[in-house]
Design a protein around this ligand. Structure first.
Ligand code: ADP
Length: 462
């Protein structure tokens, strides 16, 4: 069974990252697809925009201001360049100035961005974008042609030229322009980039993303639940095995005594002695009662499992019933214990099934004495708080570890520390206690420190 558990755990450990990885790959694919769709959508939109600009009756040139500025500037630069010697450092720096000036003028004085933005908005699309202008070639002409800047990858509109060579993949090349003025030749490209592109794609992929995350969460939860159930079942089956071992042990003791008593009765010496016959008969009787109790306990537990067990509750004075229980305990199993009682319950009455209630308190009292390696000292306190009766039983016994505390009320559970057969039991007493407290609409709480002792508190409505 546990080997199977390990295999399932291993499969889970392998399958979950695999599932997450496959989901990531799928999502990446969807993301890329959306990215491309967005790219081609805006690309065709910009083409439409350009066509619409050209076809509109009163054609407005979005670069008219730029052209005027560049005409004027290039004339001046041409004059200045005549003065500068070729191959000088001054020429290099001048070229840089000219390049910068052209780029700034193009970026700041064009009206193409405003036009595109308006067009996108009119068509119902995202209007915010960043534009980028890339100069491919710039010459200043003054009789001679002086090249100011030339991009190495630029080869005068060779068809293999790709937009991607100038910047990020998400940039959309909107147009290539070739301006020729009296004193300059200029070739540049105009790109747009969507600053909110990630958000736009995220919005469009939100459903797939949410479904992927949800399916991962579902599978992981399912795995955890299945695995935990398996562990629980395994623990229960271990507990059952322990229970059967304990039960056999418990049943064997009275049976062995009865067998020996039977043999004793066969002896001539004993048969002639009435006193011995009576003692042996009493012993057999006592052991039979014990056997009967054990068998009844098991029968009752299995009955509880099958049916919702029902109490016959009636209003009961809690102080009275507690005093009765304590008295018979002190005269029976609790003879060796020092029992302190502090019941501040006044005349409080609660709806109790007296038989079950007595069993519950007796179980707690006998555990307080049983799981003790000193002279047992038991304190029984009772008080009423917020409409609830609190009955606590404190012992100076061996205590219970934190790990055991979590399972102590489970059926068949016995604390594993120490010798399990040192203290006789079946691991049913506290299971009973919890069931009975709950059936009364209450609960049982435990605080304990190993080596110091335990406090079991039963809380029942009154
Ligand atoms: P049983 O006594 O038959 O084993 P219980 O259900 O009454 O079964 O108790 C379960 C386990 O809880 C015990 O095996 C014991 O280890 C631990 N236990 C219960 N009561 C006490 C206590 N007062 N002090 C220390 N350990 C306790």
């Amino acid at each position: 069974m546990f080997k199977q558990g390990n295999i399932i755990k291993l499969l889970g450990i392998l399958a979950i990252p695999l599932l997450i990885a496959s989901q990531i790959i799928i999502l990446k694919g969807i993301w890329q697809q959306k990215d491309e769709m967005l790219y081609s959508r805006y690309r065709s939109l910009t083409q439409e925009a350009a066509a619409s600009l050209r076809s509109s009756g009163q054609y407005i040139d979005p670069y008219d201001t730029v052209r005027i500025i560049l005409d004027y500037a290039s004339k001046q630069y041409a004059d200045e360049l005549v003065e500068i010697k070729s191959d000088s450092a001054e020429l290099t720096s001048k070229k840089q100035d000219i390049y910068d000036y052209f780029l700034i003028a193009l970026n700041e004085e064009q009206d193409y961005s405003a036009y595109l933005s308006g067009f996108f908005e009119r068509m119902g699309f995202e209007k915010d974008f960043i534009h980028r202008i890339v100069i491919n070639n710039l010459d200043i002409i003054d009789g001679d042609t002086i090249n100011i800047y030339r991009d190495d990858s630029f080869r005068n509109f060779v068809p293999s030229f790709t937009a991607a060579s100038h910047g990020s993949k998400s940039s959309i090349l909107v147009q290539r322009q070739w301006f020729s003025g009296n004193n300059y030749n200029l070739n540049f490209e105009y790109y747009i980039d969507f600053s909110d592109k990630q958000k736009m794609i995220l919005r469009e992929t939100a459903t797939s993303l949410a479904m992927s995350i949800l399916s991962i969460i579902l599978v992981v939860t399912l795995f955890i639940i299945t695995y935990n159930n398996m562990i629980k079942e395994k623990r229960l089956s271990d507990l059952k095995t322990d229970f059967i071992n304990n039960m056999t042990h418990e049943l064997k003791t009275p049976l062995a005594t009865i067998t020996v008593a039977g043999k004793t009765l066969e002896m001539d010496k004993v048969r002639q002695n009435d006193g011995m016959i009576l003692d042996t008969a009493k012993l057999i009787g006592k052991q039979s009662v014990h056997l009967n109790q054990l068998i009844n306990m098991i029968l009752e537990i299995s009955m509880w499992e099958r049916t919702q067990f029902e109490l016959s509750k009636k209003p009961t004075n809690v102080t009275d019933i507690m005093n009765d229980i304590l008295l018979s305990f002190q005269n029976g199993g609790g003879k060796t214990a020092k029992i302190d009682t502090d019941l501040r319950l006044d005349d409080i009455s609660a709806e109790l099934d007296t038989v079950y209630f007595t069993t519950m308190i007796n179980n707690l009292l006998s555990n307080a004495v049983k799981y003790n390696e000193r002279n047992p000292e038991v304190k029984v306190k009772g008080l009423v708080e917020n409409g609830m009766v609190h009955i606590s039983i404190t012992d100076n016994g061996i205590g219970i570890t934190k790990a055991d505390q979590r399972h102590i009320f489970e059926k068949f559970y016995r604390a594993s520390g120490g010798n399990i057969h040192k203290y006789k039991g079946l691991g049913l007493g506290l299971y009973y206690v919890k069931k009975i407290a709950e059936a009364h609409g209450g609960d049982v709480k435990l605080t304990s420190r190993p080596g110091k002792g335990s406090i079991f508190t039963v809380v029942i409505p009154c």
